[in-house]
Design a binder for this molecule. Sequence first.
Ligand code: ASP
Length: 439
Amino acid sequence: MSKVVKFGGSSLASAEQFQKVADIIRSDPERRYVVPSAPGKRFKNDTKVTDMLYACYDLAEADQDFEQAFSAIEARYREIIEGLNLAVSLEGEFETIRKNFREKAGSNYAASRGEYLNGIILAAYLGFTFIDAADVVCFDNEGTFDQDKTNKLLSARLAESEYAVIPGFYGAMPDGAVKTFSRGGSDITGSIVAKAAQADVYENWTDVSGFLVADPCIIPNPKRIDVITYRELRELSYMGAGVLHEDSIFPVRQENIPINIRNTNAPGDNGTWIVGSTCQKSKYVITGIAGKKGFCCVNIEKAKMNGEVGFGRKVLEAFEENGISFEHIPSGIDTLTVFVHQDEFMEKEQKVASYLYRVAQPDAIEIEADLALIAVVGRGMKSTRGTAGRIFSALAHANVNVKMIDQGSSELNIIIGVANEDFEIAIKAIYDIFVLTNL
Ligand code: ASP
């Protein structure tokens, strides 16, 4: 058995947090491969080391004095090393990084140093081998992650080390230039390492005890999700549910390796299991609710459009030609509505509208802004009658006007469009009917 364990920034923000992490790793010899983030926030208004690195590098790039900003970063690591009484010195590393900043090595390189340095400390503290992610996580010349090359290199390298630390968030391009994933990308590294190690579990340790049924900023103390499938999670994270980087599901999903979200500050909690499929029913008909504000919809009307072959293609072409991706396209007999991100669409709206008039010749186009989309997700919906009915009666009771309904044929989710101002009320109404009342 082997487990890959990834620890987020808040789990590695201070010497005290490092001790908790080491206790967790040492309590289970199967926890063999460790992927650390850079030190995160120690308290509410603290700054993550990654953000400090970006800011410091901006100064270097602008030929301004970055010494003070750099010293503050050094201090974060010194505090950890001293707090752990470690005989490690990063002074040589700091000098190299300073020099590379002066030589403008790039912001990807700069940001990656947060994980790199934290990895060196953690490997020394645990007595594990340090594997630089730049040697084993590969990107191609276009900067796209190279899954096959990485998997070959990394699995060969892991086979040589029984216990190792591989920093998260970055890798390198063929010319050796460091390249990072998008923010929060250490989750992706953890998943890549789990695949290469053919691990039995990918444990992702963070500062919450798993996924919650709804956003705690909207619902006070929401219930926790015990088990969720990859597909359900994908729907929820696309719609804004945080905790895990949405791209981190793909490498482990191919191998059917379960992800277990755990809390470094409450290691006794079981957390949430993310699995390929399960016979475990969720406690409620729905598994989770998530949503996003800031959409607008373009309603296109044309008499007898349903009989016109190619009408949909012409409409979508207007969006494609202007580089806008769409979210949903509910349609009626003489109407078709396209939901898009408001911020992307706003500056191009007149171009899209004139393209539409020219190519699709509609009778009318109407644009509505400030809409929110809510996804109600659950594998349990498939076998339960009346789910949609309950959602809409709850929304009607809460005085929420539903602008759009979209249920995929997989019966895994129902997407609802409401006005931005009704967003929180709608989520609360749905949560109450399924979780609190649990009828
Ligand atoms: N340190 C990086 C960030 O703050 C990556 C990560 O923590 O996953 O985004």
